[in-house]
Ligand binder design. Structure first.
Ligand code: UDP
Length: 240
């Protein structure tokens, strides 16, 4: 069954993506990423120390935090700080962002310092974790460029590029880059994290209503690869 997508998008088409580098001047690296109606501010901040468990090991650390601003969703979302701790979803997402970025990191080349990548969702219209990874990479790469220009690194701590995109099966049709109305009615909802060279770093797929067939999984991965290529171009344009 075919299904009309908003904006007349084809099933294999990304939402319009823009990445504005240097959006937050006080951060070492930053970017504002827009994927359709989803907008996330990503910043990378460098600290000249490592967590206690890494002291003296000759390598650094990269980690991430994720949050949604109260007005980023239709109904006001309470800030984590007013609840005393991050909710389970935010914790899961920030760990995914951190793992994804470390997937292309050479932590020895970073030396004994920590890079914090903070992703704050301004507007959520589906795919906020993927936009955070894609935009977070740009913020991180800009922070690394800054450290290199300061002569603080002898070798790049980034071994490649990384981006993420959602995909899913909606009314029986595999589709790329779901917006919120699609995401909330999808039979299968997946998030794919991939390097610029096409290496899979993480695949999350949930089939809540109908089990996911192997054929559809293969189709989703192929759609994701197409999407990652488009996102990589946007990342390159932002870093140029
Ligand atoms: N969402 C929301 N409130 C929440 C969590 C999610 O409105 O507390 C919406 C938001 O549009 C988000 C979408 O649901 O983008 C899908 O959420 P999901 O947990 O699947 O994560 P995402 O797709 O954003 O990575």
């Amino acid at each position: 069954m075919s299904r009309e997508r908003s904006g007349g998008r084809a099933p294999n088409e990304l939402r319009p993506v823009t990445i504005e580098p240097g959006f937050v001047k006080t951060a070492t690296g930053s970017a504002l990423i827009s994927c359709g109606g989803t907008r996330v501010i990503c910043t990378a901040s460098v600290q000249e120390s490592v967590p206690r468990w890494l002291v003296g090991k000759g390598r650094g650390w990269m980690t991430a935090e994720y949050g949604m601003l109260p007005a980023s969703t239709g109904e006001r979302k309470q800030r984590d700080i007013s609840k005393g701790r991050a909710d389970g979803r935010s914790v899961e997402i920030q760990r995914l962002i951190g793992r994804s970025l470390r997937g292309i990191a050479d932590l020895e080349a970073l030396g004994e310092r920590t890079i914090y990548v903070d992703c704050d969702v301004l507007e959520a219209d589906g795919g906020t974790r993927c936009a955070s990874i894609t935009g977070g990479y740009v913020a991180l790469a800009l922070a690394v460029q800054r450290l290199q220009s300061q002569g603080l690194l002898t070798k790049s701590p980034l071994t490649g590029t990384i981006a993420a995109v959602s995909c899913g099966v909606v009314d029986g049709v595999p589709m790329l880059d779901l917006n919120y109305p699609e995401d909330s009615t999808a039979e299968v909802d997946a998030n794919v994290v991939m390097t610029g060279e096409g290496g899979l770093v993480e695949v999350q797929a949930t089939a809540e209503r109908t089990p996911l067939s192997r054929a559809h999984l293969d189709e989703l991965l192929a759609l994701a690869q197409t999407g990652i290529e488009g996102l990589r171009e946007a990342q390159e344009a932002a870093l140029r």
